[in-house]
Design a protein around this ligand. Structure first.
Ligand SMILES: [Fe+2]
Ligand SMILES: [Fe+2]
Ligand SMILES: [Fe+2]
Length: 447
């Protein structure tokens, strides 16, 4: 995975758990839907190959515009969630690049982020349009499954629709789409355009013109006029380029605090999406997470800490949204470059979860879920007790589930054979204590 110097840098970073672990933490913090989606939207940016923070900036623009229109608080919240979730549908698929690498301005843009190499395979225009339609529809369905109101689901469904009725098969023209949808669509397009400009200074100057150019063709002309006015205000730009933009959005705590079961259900929907992306049976992530919670309890952890292990396990592979789905589903052996890309997924996950207040420890564990006690794991090559026990628990539950499930390249192993494989890795992949705790739970669990 890259040069020796790169490996040492990654290892040095991983050797400092204090960067992530919150020592006062004993369990899952109280989290609102807004905080969670605010942070996890960074994973959706990765799936679309956008600059990190795209969805958060779209939410800032949308909420600013909705507030300026004096919409009622409930509508403003719907704009907020519509903006953050607009590309959640990309999580289960892969974008298709237009032929010849041309941009997709009329569909809200699909420019590749400079931080990420072009990943999408180029397709025909028909395939591009099909992928736009598909991620809008699947995104709306994910929003519904997460329990958001229909207004939010419709905002996700219509985010590529143009005012003139183009943009997506089935697009609704003019004011036939709800106001919340039109605000989300405008905010997404505007942010995408700003992203193509050279610097914030250029953007400050060209912003009003950029939004006016879209009026009447791509976006609602009345909304565009209001946005052009906003784009002439300094406080709007100062807020947009504030380094704490994400934290500020999360602190709004929109959507209410999630109770314990609500949190598991909410993250379970994301885990289902991650299963699909990784060509695993839907429900595997939830199964692994519950198993991990039970194993954690037998390792003398408190109920609250075991719950946090479950949260981490549900989100362990959220970083695969930053890995091309075609690598994750490839039935053959991966090339060196493909493998290096796949091995970045714990790093992406760690960085995304590290943004959620109170989930520092979970971020650290998720970042280590492919480490091995013999030091041959990735990405940090931690050794022995450097590998947190919680990460070992998550890793062993995932491995057992993988061994006992059908994969594109092999059939499921019978349970006893799966246990033999895990035992064969005792002392190298697994800490023998964690393996023994796992065996004490996994037997009756599936009996
Ligand atoms: Fe989109
Ligand atoms: Fe977008
Ligand atoms: Fe993983």
């Amino acid at each position: 995975m890259g040069s020796k110097a790169q490996i040492q840098t990654v290892k040095a970073e991983f050797l400092d758990p204090s960067l992530y672990e919150d020592s006062s933490l004993s369990g899952v913090p109280r989290l609102s839907r807004g905080t969670l989606v605010g942070a996890l939207s960074r994973a959706f940016d990765l799936a679309e190959g956008r600059k990190p923070g795209h969805a958060q900036r779209v939410a800032y623009i949308g909420v600013y515009l909705a507030s300026d229109l004096w919409l009622e608080p409930q509508r403003i919240e719907e704009v907020f969630f519509g903006c953050l979730l607009h590309d959640v549908g990309m999580a289960a698929m892969e974008p298709v690049a237009p032929p010849g690498g041309r941009g997709l301005r009329f569909w809200g843009g699909a420019r590749r982020s400079p931080e990420h190499p072009p990943r999408a395979a180029a397709g025909s225009w028909a395939e591009v349009i099909e992928s736009i339609a598909r991620h809008c529809e699947s995104g709306a369905s994910i929003a519904r499954r997460m329990g958001f109101p229909e207004t939010v689901a419709r905002a996700v469904l219509h985010h590529h629709d143009c005012w003139d009725g183009s943009g997506r098969p089935g697009a609704l023209p003019g004011s036939q789409t709800p106001l919340v949808s039109r605000i989300v669509s405008l905010a997404d397009r505007f942010e995408s355009l700003l992203d193509t400009e050279a610097s914030p200074l250029v953007v400050r100057k060209s912003g009003p013109r950029l939004v006016e150019e879209m009026a009447g063709r791509e976006v609602d002309p009345d909304l565009a006029a209001r946005m052009a006015d906003i784009a002439g205000r300094d406080d709007f730009w100062l807020g947009l380029y504030d380094n704490d933009l994400g934290a500020g959005l999360m602190a709004l705590n929109y959507g209410g605090i999630l109770a314990r079961e609500e949190l598991f259900d909410f993250l379970g929907v994301l885990a289902d999406v991650i299963d699909v992306r990784n060509a695993r049976e839907e429900g595997s992530g939830r199964r692994i997470a519950e198993l991990a919670r039970r194993v954690a309890l037998t390792c003398d952890m408190t109920e609250r800490r075991a719950d946090l292990v479950k949260v981490a396990a549900l989100l362990q592979d959220i970083g695969t949204l930053g890995v091309p789905a075609r690598y994750l589903r490839k039935p053959d052996i991966l090339s060196v470059d493909e493998m290096a890309a796949v091995q970045m997924h714990p790093v992406y996950a760690r960085d995304i979860l590290g943004e959620v207040p109170g989930l520092g420890a979970a971020a650290w564990w998720v970042g280590c879920h492919h480490e091995r006690v013999d030091g041959k794991g990735y990405p940090g090559m931690l050794e022995g007790s450097e590998v947190p026990m919680e990460a070992q628990i998550i890793g062993i539950c995932e491995a057992y589930d993988a061994l006992t499930s059908d994969r594109p390249y092999r059939r499921a192993l019978p349970r006893e054979e799966a246990f033999d494989v895990l035992r064969g890795l005792s002392g190298s992949r697994w800490d023998p204590y964690v393996l023994s705790r796992f065996e004490s739970v996994a037997g009756p669990f599936e009996a």
